[in-house]
Every structure is written in C-alpha cells, then in structure tokens.
Write a protein of this length. Structure first.
Length: 73
C-alpha cells in the first residue's frame, strides 16, 4: 500500500492516480485519514509504485507545484 500525504488538492491526487494504467500497474484509493490518502496498487514492487506515483503527479501542471509526499506503508 502506498500513502500520499498532502493537505491540498486531494481530489486531484485520487483522480489522477485512479486513471493511471500502464504496464499493468493501477492504483485504487482505499482509505483516507487526516492528510493521508491510502492507495492499493497492482505493482509487485511498492517502491517502484511510489516512484511511478511521484512521476505521474509531477508531470502535471498542478502536481509540479504542490508539496506532497509518497511513501510505502
């Protein structure tokens, strides 16, 4: 499970990651606590999923300027 921590634009993170589907890797929001959004992923390597999530977010105009963290939990 990966976790995105951000106090702002939370809907943007959910919409962007749930639309992602490349090389069989997908993300699905499963929970939300405080500023943390929890996602299940089909990626075998959760560290690789973290890198994918960061890259996908930073490739957008909004994600490039937002402060957020992506971690494995």
């Amino acid at each position: 499970m990966i976790v995105i921590s951000s106090p702002m634009k939370r809907d943007f993170f959910v919409e962007t990651l749930e639309k992602y589907n490349e090389n069989g890797v997908t993300f699905k929001k499963v929970d939300e606590k405080g500023i943390k959004l929890y996602f299940e992923t089909t990626a075998d390597d959760e560290e690789a999923a973290v890198r994918i999530a960061k890259d996908v977010m930073k490739a957008t105009d909004i994600g490039a300027v937002l402060y957020f963290q992506v971690t494995v939990e």
